[in-house]
Every structure is written in C-alpha cells, then in structure tokens.
Write a protein that binds this ligand. Structure first.
Ligand code: ADP
Ligand code: MG
Length: 364
C-alpha cells in the first residue's frame, strides 16, 4: 500500500493577465504500489502541479485521485498520510536536527517513546544520528536534504512525494544521494513519486518513468523500455542521445535517406517517417562504401570511457560512440576522414514524422 490512481485529471491556472493555462490536460495514470516512480519532463510541463495535486496541496480543476481505490480528491493534505520532500531543503531553520525530525510525530500526538524511537531510527537511516543538536545552517547541502528526507519519513507514511529533491545539490552529491534514496524507499517498502527534469537521474533511480510534456503523459515504462522503445522523436531525444534520419521512398521494411537504403526489422506503417539510431549503434567503416551513408568526421571528443565522433552528413551532424581501445581507434578514424557507416535493422527506431520536427527536439 498504497497504489495511486489518477483519473481524467485537468488543472487550469489563470495567469495574472487573466489567460487560462492548462498545466495538466486530462491525465490518466496508475502508480503501482512499492515502486519508485519518477515524473520526468522539461521545465513547465506540469510535474510539480501533478505532484502537488496528489499531495492535496493544489485542487484540480476536474478529475479524481484515488489511493488504494478510495477517492481522496476532497481529502485534506494532512489527512492523506503522505511524506513530502521539497526541492529547497524545506526544514525549520530554528530547530535542530532532532526537533526537525520529531516535529511531525509530535504534531500527530504520538506517545513520547514512539516519537523518540522513530526520530532515532530515521536519523540513523539518513546518516545523521551523530548530529542531533546541529542546526540546519551548520549542515552541508547534502545533509540538509537528507534531514528533509528524514522529516518526511518520520511520519511513517507509505507514500513519499519528492519534488526535485536533488536538483539544488552539487552533481556528485546528488548522484550519490540517488542510490541512498532508492535504498531507503526499497528497504521500507514505500511508494515513491519523484519529480525531476534530469533524465540520467530518472534512469538510475526509477522502476517506472512517467515522461511528461505540455501537461500530458508521453510514455510510461521502465528505464529500459523507454530507452529501447521510445514512442516518439521527443521521447527518444529526451532520454539519451539519438540521431534522426528523415526518409522517403518507404516500403514495408526499408526506407531511403538521400538515396541510401536503411533497412528496418519492424514493419514501417506510416507514410511520413523519421528513423532514429542511438549513437552507440552506429558502426563506422574507414572504407567508403557507396551503398552506405557517408560523411566526414568534423569533431572527435574523448569522453573517458568512449570516443564521440561528430560526422557531417549532408550538412547535418550524426553522432557515433566508439569504445575501442584508444590506440586502435585513434589510428583508424581521424579528424577530416571520409567514412561510411551502417547499423543493424533491429537497432533502427521508427517514428511517425511530427508536424514540427524542430519543436519535437526542444528540451524546454
Ligand atoms: P514543472 O514542475 O514541470 O516545471 P509546473 O507544474 O510548475 O511545471 O507548471 C506547469 C505550468 O503551469 C507552467 O506553464 C507554469 O507556468 C504554470 N503554473 C504553475 N503554477 C502556476 C500558478 N500558480 N499560476 C499560474 N500558472 C502556473
Ligand atoms: Mg517543478
């Protein structure tokens, strides 16, 4: 417990000029019990609004929220039994670590022994048991965020809502806390809904990603599902890197790009399509083969674990990643070289051509 269900949910705001803004547009969603879920999407797509509606902090314009099948749409936030972690270290600045964590249980009127036990347990869980008397300002950003988490956990609610909990932190600390967060959620059998605009964070922390855009849900699934089978140009581009080829002369299992044939494993059903290839699925050849797509290497980036090649193809840039041993690759492909490349039909993603391709690639 609990499972969260969202039915035909819409939220419209009124801007200061009196214009209506649709922040959430008829969303339906089922969030499974004990899963780590992320609401992922560009800034302004409605993530915070959706999370706050689940918490009861914002009233929807229409639609329903159900917890374990029970309608909670009109239930007050304090009666929904949720823990909420905010982006900006929402802790009481004038209370020490101990009293920040014991605050929730105290307000709930729990017996003294239970308050003490819960506070102790949760401080231990987030690694702050040795700092009970410290004030928040005496803690690092990472510690303050862990204090915020301990506060949310101390209420012992099984539903944990987190709004960009790691965004304000140094990248390395944020990356470390991802694992800690997931561990705590799994150990305590909680259901987590975590808002982020960071695709890498969503990929590493989630059982289930809910990809949003413009107040709607684009796709939901495991990180692997979303990466391997993105349902749109937007999804492929938002989660990881992808090269796109606008094709013509389409038949069931192949299409033509500037006269070169690209074969696909899946049948192509649409008339106007874009094919997508992840950079790690591109195979470079130093021998020019007129049957293959050819291009010129215009940039080589050494990224530590791999090389990124930027190849100019018909004026557009195609990215390819190579993991060969440094020496071998260096000798084979050099800046300015003309090369050919190919890919396996099963690695070719097929997308319906969007009305506005450039807009699909925008990440904001
Ligand atoms: P996200 O968390 O994904 O960045 P939000 O849920 O904060 O997105 O916002 C979604 C949309 O609703 C944005 O266009 C934002 O400007 C608008 N919005 C959010 N809160 C308000 C508000 N209180 N009044 C008017 N518009 C709002
Ligand atoms: Mg937000």
């Amino acid at each position: 417990m609990p499972e969260v269900e969202i039915k035909n949910l819409t939220k419209k705001y009124k801007s200061q000029k009196g214009e209506k803004i649709t922040a959430i547009n008829d969303v339906n969603l089922k969030i499974e019990d004990k899963h780590y879920n992320t609401l992922l999407g560009p800034s302004g797509c409605g993530k915070t609004t959706l999370l706050r509606i689940i918490a009861g902090l914002i009233k929807p314009t229409c639609g329903k929220i159900l917890f374990d099948g029970e309608d909670v749409t009109d239930v007050l936030p304090e009666e929904r039994n949720i823990g909420f972690v905010f982006q900006d270290f929402a802790v009481f600045p004038h209370l020490d670590v101990w009293h920040n964590v014991s605050y929730g249980p105290t307000v709930k009127g729990w017996p003294k022994e239970k308050i003490k036990k819960t506070t102790q347990e949760n401080l231990k869980l987030v690694g702050l048991a040795n700092r009970p008397k410290a004030l928040p300002k005496e803690l690092s950003g990472g510690m303050q965020q862990r204090l915020g988490l301990a506060r949310a956990l101390a209420t012992q609610s099984k539903l944990l809502l987190l709004d960009e909990p790691l965004s304000a932190l140094d990248a390395k600390i944020g990356a470390y806390l991802r694992y800690e967060l997931r561990k705590i959620v799994k150990k305590n059998h909680l259901t987590a809904i975590h808002v982020t605009h960071n695709q890498e964070e969503a990929m590493t922390i989630s059982d289930n990603i809910i990809l949003m855009r413009g107040g709607e849900i684009v796709q939901t699934g495991s990180p692997e599902e979303l990466y391997q089978r993105p349902n749109s140009v937007f999804a492929a581009n938002f989660l990881g890197k992808c090269n796109f080829f606008k094709c013509d002369k389409i038949s069931s299992h192949k299409a033509s790009y500037h006269g070169k044939i690209i074969k696909t494993e899946k049948e192509i059903k649409d008339k106007k399509i874009i094919l997508g290839i992840r950079p790690e699925k591109i195979h470079l050849e130093s021998n020019i083969d007129e049957g293959m797509i050819t291009g010129k290497i215009e940039l080589i980036n050494f990224l530590g674990h791999l090389y990124e090649y930027r190849i100019n193809v018909n004026g557009a840039t195609v990215k390819a990643y190579k993991r060969y041993k440094e020496e071998k690759v260096r000798r084979k492909f050099k800046l300015g070289d003309k090369i050919s490349f190919w890919f396996h039909p099963e690695d070719v993603l097929i997308f319906k051509e969007p009305n506005d391709f450039k807009k699909e690639l925008r990440l904001d």
